[in-house]
Design a protein around this ligand. Structure first.
Ligand code: SF4
Length: 136
């Protein structure tokens, strides 16, 4: 058996925010259980929180951004990808106006990320077209 440790964290699958304890071996998640000291779930979890973690170490998981070039998705750097998106959004805004752009925030992310999302849309883009995937 390799190096083992426990990591206390918060489940990111939904807004309930259950406390979890990750059993780590050789830098890989081996098991997840509920944190009995977490006030939200008191040691309980649903099936997603306890068992749906294989994606973390999946080989096919994307590890860098992709840009479609000549009908092919090509790996690129974050700098190039972000510049590409900024250019596209700027062109759409200039040609069609800010209300031609909308953004979906994620129900699985933090309040802080959702706050930044709406701030970006309202101040940088100039649009109130914001919604969340938790309504779908
Ligand atoms: S364990 Fe289940 S209920 Fe708890 S935060 Fe994760 S997804 Fe939500």
């Amino acid at each position: 058996m390799g190096e083992t440790k426990q990591v206390h964290t918060i489940c990111g699958y939904c807004g309930t925010g259950c406390g979890l304890i990750l059993e780590i071996e050789d830098n890989k998640i081996k098991k997840i259980r509920g944190d009995k000291d977490a006030p939200v779930n008191k040691g309980q979890t649903c099936v997603k929180g306890a068992f749906a973690f294989n994606y973390v170490h999946a080989e096919e998981r994307l590890r860098s951004p992709l840009i479609r070039k000549a009908d092919k998705l090509v790996e690129t750097t974050w700098d190039e990808a972000l510049q590409y998106v900024a250019n596209k959004l700027g062109k759409i805004k200039a040609e069609f106006g800010p209300n031609a752009i909308s953004m979906f925030a994620c129900a699985r992310t933090t309040n802080e990320s959702n706050f930044i999302t709406q701030k970006f849309m309202r101040t940088a883009i100039g649009s109130n077209n914001i919604d969340g995937c938790n309504r779908t």
